[in-house]
Design a protein around this ligand. Structure first.
Ligand SMILES: [Cu+2]
Length: 630
């Protein structure tokens, strides 16, 4: 069973445990002891099931069980022991269960519920605040129950001898107060990842806005000049369906930007009427930080009527894309994105080179602006490259039928010795890119997206690709020397535990998408120094997939769930961490700046799952956490 499935099962068993014990208490109170005994027996089995699940989950990583082991299980075990003592004999004898026994049965239910709430709302890491509030909650519930089931339902007078109930009340109040108080303890501002502390004060150093791109192309390169206008437009997809869009230059997607490796790319962004403001982020392109288009971090959002100039050298050949990073969960969804393709200098172009950005407009999937089936020409024998881009916030599953193919590039980085494969599905993370290459066969070829044919070459076919096993890029292609591995001694090692839970996001309490229990902008920034070797361990404790994305750096995938990558070195800029998965990736800190580090499910980023990685000696923009800076 995958860790993700175990996490879900544990949630189910936790709720079931609470239900069984609460029901046992209720029917015991109603004098139906036989039924209560049955429910309590089921409750004992459920508790045993929980303990077993926690033990199995613990083997998958402490991140998955910390709060269960430290709070959930102890509360449960203590409550079950009390119930055994106070309710066991009368239950087994079939006589009336005394009030204390009834209360004890309820208490197990409260303990089970508290354990579930601590996991589901408190998340990881466990804090003193959450632990104390859980204890306070259970104590208070027990107290209220004790009073309710007491003969005559007598309230406990405020003053008098220190009875068990009075002690419970005091304990509940004390723990509760402490728990609330501790909730307001401020987070540390920075995390050094176990490396050296900052040498430069955060407010002193090179302003990130000074880190601009070169002004000349590489030798032999040209200057590619583009002007892009952000504007609201009503755009018709090929079916005629109209989209009320936010566009670059009135089209969906925006204008395709191209360059040859070594060219200088200059882009002027003008904002005509997007009131929320816009920027351009060059997704996956390791530009100088001042060109990165992160509002509040590297520039101010471009207001309506204003403009901003970007400049970078096209040093990386491959398939990339650009998109707004201002209110991106809305802006990208509504259409503020486009493709960036850089071809290697002196490369032999493919006969057919198709750029295929997949996007969902109002629930309708389109490739480019085509919400039907594309059917471009491709003669038998032609070399074909399909550049698949996922510009949505959820993964898409592709299938290429009718030919053997190679996964030639991932996120714009070439795969070494990509072998030919057939009938393999390709799951592409949000923000990710796959280049598929093949020689056009005599027969028809079809590309499916989430099981539906969306592109046909060489005639009609309707393949069923839904059952195809997934190609695993971690174990694909030819291995090669890599600069770092799981055994490397890293200068910095950051663990990012992704979860859902109660946290502050942009100054408001929310059921947030969290990193290490906190939401943007309260997640401590990650501090690195230029030249550091940096490792990320990204753990997904939640029930949703998180496509993780660090700006400004490609990362090398080391392992998933502790199993090392064995294929071609896999450099990516966006990797899907599925529920229960643990990914290890690494990079060298060779691009100074203040970089966003976030989930590329853009609503998740807006709901808190975003932080910064800052180089020592580089200062961020002042007050840079403005509205919509995600
Ligand atoms: Cu996410």
């Amino acid at each position: 069973m995958s860790t993700g499935q175990l996490v879900v099962l544990d949630h189910v068993v936790a709720v079931l445990t609470a239900g069984l014990w609460l029901a046992a208490g209720a029917v015991a109170a109603a004098g139906r002891t036989r039924v209560a005994l049955g429910l309590a027996a089921g409750g004992v089995l459920a508790v045993a099931g929980r303990l077993a699940l926690v033990a199995v989950l613990a083997d998958r990583g402490w991140w998955f069980v910390q709060e269960k082991v430290l709070v959930g299980v102890p509360l449960l075990v203590v409550a079950v022991a009390a119930a055994a003592v106070l309710a066991g004999r009368p239950l087994l004898r079939g006589g009336d269960v005394p009030p204390a026994g009834v209360t004890a049965l309820f208490a197990v239910g409260y303990a089970a519920l508290a354990g579930f709430v601590v996991t589901y709302v408190g998340g990881y890491p466990l804090t003193w605040s959450v632990a104390l509030l859980a204890v306070a909650g259970v104590a208070a519930a027990v107290l209220v129950t004790a009073q309710a089931v007491a003969p005559g339902g007598g309230a406990t007078p405020a003053v008098g001898p220190l009875t068990r109930r009075r002690f419970l009340g005091i304990a509940a109040a004390g723990a509760g107060a402490a728990g609330i108080g501790l909730a307001f303890v401020r987070a540390p501002s920075a995390d050094a990842g176990g490396g050296a502390a900052a040498v430069h004060p955060a407010e002193h150093g090179t302003p990130v806005t000074d880190l601009r791109g070169p002004t000349t192309p590489a030798a032999g390169g040209a200057v590619q000049t583009y002007s892009v206008t952000a504007q609201r437009s009503t755009v018709a997809l090929t079916s005629g369906r109209e989209v009320d869009a936010w566009t670059f230059d009135g089209s969906l997607p925006g204008p395709p930007l191209t360059a040859v490796q070594g060219d200088l790319v200059e882009v002027t962004l003008r904002n005509e009427d997007i009131d929320d403001g816009v920027t351009i982020h060059w997704h996956g392109y390791d530009v100088a930080c001042g060109e990165d288009g992160a509002p509040g971090a590297t520039q101010d959002a471009v207001a309506a009527g204003a403009e901003f100039g970007y400049r970078f050298r096209a040093d990386q050949a491959g398939t990339f894309w650009y998109h707004t990073h201002q209110v991106s969960h809305i802006g990208v969804r509504r259409g503020l994105y486009g493709t960036l393709v850089v071809t290697p200098r002196d490369a032999v172009p493919d006969d057919v080179d198709l750029v295929l950005p997949v996007h969902t407009f109002d629930g309708v999937l389109a490739i480019g602006d085509d919400d039907g089936v594309l059917a471009p020409d491709a003669a038998p024998g032609a070399s074909v490259r399909l550049r698949l881009l996922n510009t949505d916030s959820e993964p898409h599953r592709f299938g290429l039928a009718g030919t053997a193919f190679r996964l030639a590039a991932v996120d714009g980085r070439d795969v070494r010795d990509p072998g030919e494969v057939t009938e393999r599905a390709l799951r592409l993370p949000a923000g990710g890119r796959y280049d598929l290459t093949f020689a056009m066969p005599d027969g028809p070829v079809a590309l499916t997206v989430d099981g539906e044919v969306r592109l046909r070459l060489g005639g009609d076919s309707d393949p069923a690709t839904g059952e195809w096993p997934e190609l695993d890029p971690l174990h694909y292609g030819g291995p090669d020397d890599v600069p770092f591995t799981l055994d490397t001694d890293y200068d910095r090692h950051f663990t990012l535990v992704l979860d859902r839970g109660a946290a502050m996001v942009d100054g408001r309490p929310a059921f947030a998408q969290t990193v290490n229990g906190r939401g943007h902008p309260s997640i401590p920034e990650q501090l690195v120094a230029e030249g550091d070797l940096v490792r990320f361990t990204v753990v997904n404790r939640s029930l949703e997939t998180h496509p993780w994305h660090l700006h400004g750096h490609g990362v090398l995938v080391l392992a998933r769930d502790g199993r090392a990558a064995t294929g071609s070195p896999l450099w990516v800029d966006t990797f899907d961490v599925r529920p229960g998965e643990v990914w290890d990736v690494a990079f060298e800190a060779n691009n100074p700046g203040v970089w966003m580090n976030h989930c590329h499910n853009l609503p998740h980023a807006e709901q808190g799952m975003m932080l910064r990685l800052r180089y020592d000696g580089i200062t961020a923009m002042a007050g840079g956490h403005g509205h919509g800076a995600h």
